[in-house]
Design a protein around this ligand. Structure first.
Ligand SMILES: Nc1nc2c(c(=O)[nH]1)N[C@H]1C(S)=C(S)[C@@H](COP(=O)(O)OP(=O)(O)OC[C@H]3O[C@@H](n4cnc5c(=O)[nH]c(N)nc54)[C@H](O)[C@@H]3O)O[C@H]1N2
Ligand SMILES: Nc1nc2c(c(=O)[nH]1)N[C@H]1C(S)=C(S)[C@@H](COP(=O)(O)OP(=O)(O)OC[C@H]3O[C@@H](n4cnc5c(=O)[nH]c(N)nc54)[C@H](O)[C@@H]3O)O[C@H]1N2
Ligand code: SF4
Ligand SMILES: [Mo]
Length: 798
């Protein structure tokens, strides 16, 4: 068993401090020094100066949630209890480190960790699956149940019947129970894996058709002097995205102009934007098409750049074997379909006034350089691949690819980022892999999952999913699309025979567990936090407190299961959790000798390592020296027109990535019955559904449906009314927020609220996924969580 490691005691702190003092001026460059140590330094004494009579320690650390940030958390620990959470003080000097102050969720961590509703003991299901009735059992019983079910189910159905579910709540750390479960499964035959990130998978699939690779983001320091930034469905004021706000706030102060294109007046719009351009969701490509039309017809495109670096702009630059009138020019000028893609054409589709479209196009094309940065909201639609690729075409026409201060659009990640070597999951002997969108079908009837749906590595699946592990996820019945359909399958106990969930709370998904395990929180585990977006540093996440009740880390019970399966030695390599962290750190250090990473011992003093790198401009060398650095596309050029997409002849993924009406978009005939588009957004008071139960964070923002006053009026809805949002998939009841912050025709709800069905299956929690669709996207075989048509009515309670 893992030893119960204590958070560094006073002695440890003293040693830490002394090491810091030994390095002299280091204090100026290291942000992560405890308040105690700092005051000691100021007083220039070697004695530890307590902050309070109980010797409070202030430990710099980070959480490992999937929340967008990796912030500088200062945990105040006193007698084994975290008494306060603060963040980097204003006066702390650290010129190298981006300021990463904790957000409201971070400030509320204590209420998450010390909440009385936290799961305390391992429990097995006693009622029907999904009813939420459980009985306390011992850990020995729990691990025996897992080992026995693994043995039985594997013998009967084979290892491809074992599935590890989407679970992102621990994905911000180098080590996770999820990763170690994969290791355990791989040591005993393997498991059915899935691919596709529901976060950004549609962009990842589409971007390479323009540039050859997906990672098309610059480091944000390259935007310092950019005069114009267009944030296209990007809301970093709430979603954080690494250290984005650190740079954007500086840029704002330096006079950068920000335009936000978003159906909602997001917090980013209110905090940064000089202009807000709302549009109907899924119509982004029409706006982009018209912008391209204006840019070209007003001769504002970068002709040299286009001639030198691109394929498919006009009929003279098309690949072999494609008939006439397939180029971008031909499309925009209506050579094939007779429709000229004017702003007036786009106004009807997008609801953006034609004159605004003209001005946006002119602003983007005449401001040099300019950065059009697309968030991931627009690509979490069933037209997401087209939207993601569409912005790459705009960046290309204006010559903003590969230049300082520009942005290639596409994926906001950055190819020069560095990570730890991560959890050692070992090789999976099972080669078949499904899209995450097919997990329900693979459990229902695997014979129906075909390569057309995205099955990889086999023509057919060898088994239905029979055993499922959901460790740190709420993707059984909350975060997955079409929850009502999903739970029908889950409730059928003849389908998946054994479901193991580990969580901190009785989430809606946890109710579907056969075995529910109370995990420790990040404060009760060791880890190394890894960054998001374009940020590039690592932070030690320290075990601050001992677990209470019978909470255990997933790794701890997995060791016991491994022992019962006879593979404990190979599984654990004799390491406890902290030793794994040390091992991963050491491997990482050795894998990048030029980075001069501190030793693990030093890391415990230093707390973080910032990778120092020169400003990174994606595709810089491909643009500077194209002869020697062709783009990794078939033509070696930026492919405005993709022959690979053309050859697929799929109407939803046109070779040019232009506007095609989306399923359940405003032009869908279904809109007659369900005339409002519902979108969700990632709000400031939780990370997806994580921290939903945190009372402090519930006060921050109530779950409400944003509806425009016009749409409210025609439905007789006033502020605060309870409304019924419904479509053919489900019904959700929630309070209305009548606000002009949302464009007419669209309603919006924050993602991640807990599903709360009544006996009739009507949701009372504001869980958008009772309304969302499990339709897969054409290219990525990915998710379209954001694309749904609904109707809203005042709820007349009886
Ligand atoms: N506070 C907070 N931060 C988070 C998270 C969280 O839950 N809470 N989750 C994290 C995770 S897991 C992820 S993947 C990222 C996700 O980050 P994103 O996917 O970028 O976040 P979203 O809020 O889904 O979408 C961003 C914006 O897109 C807008 N949008 C929706 N549809 C359209 C459209 O059709 N066109 C246009 N132009 N805009 C549209 C939304 O209104 C929203 O303001 O955020 C991370 N950060
Ligand atoms: N409608 C709609 N649905 C969406 C999205 C959307 O934009 N709109 N976004 C999608 C995206 S991008 C994502 S990433 C997914 C996220 O969906 P999930 O991966 O399911 O993530 P969470 O909702 O945060 O659920 C994580 C669960 O883990 C628990 N947890 C937190 N910390 C720990 C821990 O240390 N150990 C254990 N064992 N459990 C822990 C939390 O209590 C919570 O119940 O949702 C997707 N669903
Ligand atoms: S929840 Fe995420 S963004 Fe907020 S403080 Fe924690 S790490 Fe930072
Ligand atoms: Mo995500």
């Amino acid at each position: 068993m893992e030893e119960h490691q204590k958070a560094p005691d006073k002695q440890g702190l003293e040693i830490s401090r002394r090491n810091v003092l030994k390095s002299g001026s280091l204090l100026l460059t290291l942000p992560f020094v405890s308040r105690t140590a700092r005051s000691a330094d100021v007083a220039d004494t070697t004695a530890v100066v307590p902050d309070s009579p109980s010797m409070e320690k202030v430990v710099p650390t980070c959480s490992t949630f999937d929340c967008g940030g990796k912030c500088d958390i200062r945990a105040h620990v006193s007698e084994g209890v975290v008494t306060r959470i603060t963040t980097r003080p204003d006066n702390e000097l650290d010129p190298d480190m981006p300021i990463m102050r904790a957000c409201v969720r971070g400030r509320g961590y204590r209420k998450f960790v010390y909440h009385p509703d936290r799961l305390k003991y391992p429990m097995k299901r006693v009622g029907k699956r999904g009813e939420g009735k459980f009985e306390r059992i011992s850990w020995d019983e729990a691990t025996t149940m897992i080992a026995d079910n693994l043995t039985r189910i594997t013998a009967k159905y084979g290892p491809a019947s074992r599935f590890m579910h989407n679970n992102t709540a621990t994905s911000g750390g180098a080590f996770s129970g999820d990763g170690m479960m994969k290791r355990l499964l791989n040591l005993t035959g393997g498991y059915l894996s899935y691919y596709h990130s529901v976060s950004l998978g549609n962009t990842v699939a589409a971007t390479p058709y323009t540039y050859g690779i997906a990672a098309s983001g610059n480091s944000l320091d390259t935007l310092k002097d950019t005069p114009l930034v267009i944030l296209w469905g990007h809301n970093p004021t709430e979603t954080i995205f690494g250290h984005t706000n650190h740079y954007f706030q500086q840029m704002k102060q330096n006079g950068t102009r920000f335009i936000v294109v978003d159906p909602r007046y997001s917090d980013t719009t209110s905090s940064l934007a000089d202009e807000w351009i709302p549009l109907l969701p899924t119509t982004d490509n029409a706006l982009m098409d018209a912008m391209m039309y204006v840019i070209i017809s007003e001769d504002l495109h970068d002709k040299n750049f286009i001639a030198r670096h691109t394929l498919g702009f006009d009929e003279d630059s098309m690949p072999e074997g494609v008939p006439a009138n397939e180029s971008l020019m031909a499309y925009l000028m209506g050579k094939k379909d007779g429709v000229v893609k004017t702003p007036e054409w786009a106004e009807k589709i997008t609801h953006v006034p034609a004159q605004t479209i003209r001005q946006l196009a002119r602003d983007y094309a005449t401001t040099k350089p300019a950065a059009l940065i697309q968030g991931w909201g627009p690509q979490r639609h069933n037209c997401g691949e087209r939207t993601a690729r569409g912005s790459t075409l705009l960046a290309t026409l204006t010559g903003n690819v590969g230049v300082m201060g520009g942005w290639a659009a596409g994926y906001g990640g950055c190819a020069n980022r560095k990570f730890t070597t991560g959890t050692e999951t070992l090789e999976n002997p099972v080669k078949e892999s499904i899209s995450i969108m097919n997990w329900v079908q693979a459990a229902e009837d695997a014979s129906k999952v075909s390569p057309d749906d995205g099955l990889k590595g086999a023509e057919k699946l060898s088994s239905n999913i029979r055993i499922l592990f959901s460790l740190a996820g709420n993707y059984l019945a909350n975060q997955n699309p079409d929850v009502n359909q999903t739970v029908k399958m889950l409730e059928d106990e003849s389908k998946i025979e054994f479901i193991v969930v580990s969580d901190l709370y009785m989430s809606p998904s946890a109710k579907y567990a056969d075995l529910l395990l109370p995990e420790t929180s990040f404060m009760e585990r060791w880890n190394i936090g890894e960054t998001w977006g374009t940020a590039n540093y690592l932070v030690l996440s320290e075990r601050l407190i001992d677990p209470e009740f019978e909470r255990r880390s997933d790794y701890e019970w997995q060791r016991e299961v491994a022992a019962k399966l006879g593979v404990e030695t190979e599984f654990s390599q004799g390491r406890d959790e902290k030793q794994w962290i040390e091992h991963i750190w050491e491997n990482t250090r050795l894998s990048m000798p030029d980075e001069h990473l501190p030793t693990f011992e030093q890391l415990q003093v230093q707390r973080r390592h910032l990778f120092k790198s020169a400003p990174w401009v994606a595709f810089e060398e491909n643009i500077r020296d194209p002869d020697n650095h062709p783009f990794p596309t078939p033509s070696g050029k930026i492919e405005i027109f993709s022959k690979r997409l053309y050859d697929m002849q799929h109407p939803e993924i046109p070779a040019l990535s232009h506007y095609v009406p989306a399923h359940e978009g405003p032009e869908d005939p279904l809109a007659k019955q369900f005339p409002l588009q519902l979108i969700t957004w990632k709000g400031k008071n939780r990370a997806n559904s994580t921290q939903y139960a945190n009372p402090w964070l519930q006060e921050v923002q109530a779950q409400k449906l944003w509806i425009n006053p016009r749409d409210a009026e025609t439905r007789g809805i006033v502020q605060g009314d309870k409304v019924r949002i419904h479509n053919a998939r489900g019904v959700s009841l929630v309070e209305a927020e009548v606000t002009p912050r949302i464009i007419p025709g669209v309603v919006a709800m924050q993602a991640g609220a807990w599903w709360q069905p009544d006996a009739q299956g009507i949701d009372h929690g504001g869980c958008a996924n009772v309304l969302s669709s499990s339709r897969i996207t054409a290219l990525a075989k990915g998710n379209s969580h954001q694309t749904m048509l609904v109707e809203v009515a005042k709820h007349e309670s009886v």
